[in-house]
Design a protein around this ligand. Structure first.
Ligand SMILES: C[S@@+](CC[C@H](N)C(=O)[O-])C[C@H]1O[C@@H](n2cnc3c(N)ncnc32)[C@H](O)[C@@H]1O
Length: 385
């Protein structure tokens, strides 16, 4: 057995062990968040003050003994020890119980679950350098990603992001043609379609399962007459004369973002616009050493490859590199590589979400640290003129 060498700094070692235990605890906690959401345990506590374990169990229809254990595992609750009661504060309820809140986050754990399920594949990918098509991942990836982003889009897209583009909302209100490339389940497409009744929307994605779900949602919303979803990739969709082409959190998944931008250029009307929406990041590794950077997989090599490899590209990441930019970087690759290669003129490249928030409004999560800033500043806007 390895003994701990005398020259090891015990405090530094302890800090590493403590960090790993904190991460392990978060890993266990993710399953508990998922179970709590699925069984309605958080919902049973929202607005109830500080219920007891039997009260929570009764409201959620769960066995009391297990509900108590679940409650005791929760780091998101305030425990009132003297009364043996558990409180879900209004702030925690926004994050964990209110499915329409812009900061409702439990579904993010589905993505983590999908990564564990895909571990073998990710390990193979690291050995071979080959890619994994998006559609071959564990199904929880698709639901998790779609649900994770949906409420943020609902809070920001129509109210803040689109108005930040000169002339775009006026055009959409008059009646325009909009493509949503890499649309996934189409939540972004449907939000725009609900807001702009005279416009026509085209969603494209390479993953048939996502297209099927997007079509189902469009039909359920009564929007199928103005919104179509089609399986097509970013370099081959056929629609032309588009006024606006959007890429929501999919450009990093693309093997050839420059070709995607060139194709977008050819599909636009002369003064059309392109919008890239992505979590904000820095260009350098050291700019992304924060919880969001880690979550976006820059710091963890196996997970970073998983993200890159989960792109729809069938060629290997190695072959595609350096065309595929990877997972976590700032605006530079867009400005330096995509823009000139696709003959784009940057009309505005900024973090429009922050700028466009109306005076007096309270953008969600302003007070939180890395993650909040990321959500607030999700847009790197790029217009083509
Ligand atoms: C992270 S998901 C984002 C989905 C959706 N836009 C959203 O924000 O929830 C990335 C999506 O891009 C799609 N995708 C990746 N490469 C693509 C390509 N070359 N052409 C079209 N879709 C692509 C994937 O199938 C996946 O649905």
């Amino acid at each position: 057995m390895t003994t701990i060498p005398a020259d090891i700094d015990q405090d530094v070692l302890d800090a590493h062990v403590a960090r790993l235990f904190a991460d392990l605890s978060a890993g266990y906690g993710g399953v508990m968040v998922s179970i709590g959401t699925r069984l309605g345990l958080y919902a049973a506590m929202a607005g109830q003050g500080a219920p007891s374990a039997p009260e929570v169990a009764a409201r959620a229809g769960c066995a009391e003994r297990y509900a108590r254990e679940w409650l005791n595992s929760q780091r998101y609750l305030v425990y009132h020890a003297s009364r043996e009661r558990y409180e879900l504060t209004p702030e925690s309820a926004l994050v964990l119980a209110d499915a329409d809140s812009p900061v409702f986050l439990p579904h993010a754990w589905q993505v983590v679950a999908s990564m564990w399920a895909d571990e073998e594949r990710a390990a193979d990918t690291m050995r071979t350098g080959e890619g994994v098509p998006w559609g071959e991942h564990d199904r929880r990836l698709y639901c998790g990603v779609a649900a994770f982003f949906r409420n943020g889009y609902a809070a920001k897209l129509v109210l803040h992001w689109l108005p930040a583009f000169d002339g775009v909302v006026e055009r959409l209100a008059r009646g325009a043609r909009i493509a949503d490339v890499g649309c996934g389940h189409g939540h972004s497409t449907l939000l725009m379609a609900r807001a702009y009744l005279r416009s026509r929307f085209f969603g494209y994605d390479t993953h048939q399962g996502s297209i099927d779900e997007a079509r189902r949602l469009a039909a359920a919303a009564g929007l199928a007459d103005r919104v179509s979803f089609e399986r097509a990739d970013s370099e081959s969709y056929r629609e032309r004369e588009l006024d606006l082409i959007c890429f929501f959190d999919c450009r990093p998944d693309m093997g050839h973002p420059v070709r995607a931008a060139r194709h977008a250029r050819s599909a636009l009307v002369r003064d059309g616009s392109v919008m890239f929406v992505e979590p904000t990041a820095g260009d350098r590794v050291e700019d992304n050493i924060n919880p969001v950077g880690r979550q976006r997989r820059q710091q963890d090599p196996s997970a970073a490859l998983e993200r890159v490899a989960r792109s729809s590209m069938r060629s290997s990441w190695r072959r595609a590199w350096p065309i595929a930019f990877g997972t976590k970087h700032g605006a530079s690759p867009v400005a330096q590589r995509i823009r000139p290669a696709a003959s784009l003129r940057i009309h505005r490249a900024a973090s429009v979400a922050e700028r466009s928030a109306p005076a007096g409004s309270r953008p969600c999560m302003r007070s939180l640290s890395h993650w909040s800033r990321t959500v607030l500043a999700r847009v790197k806007a790029l217009e083509i003129r």
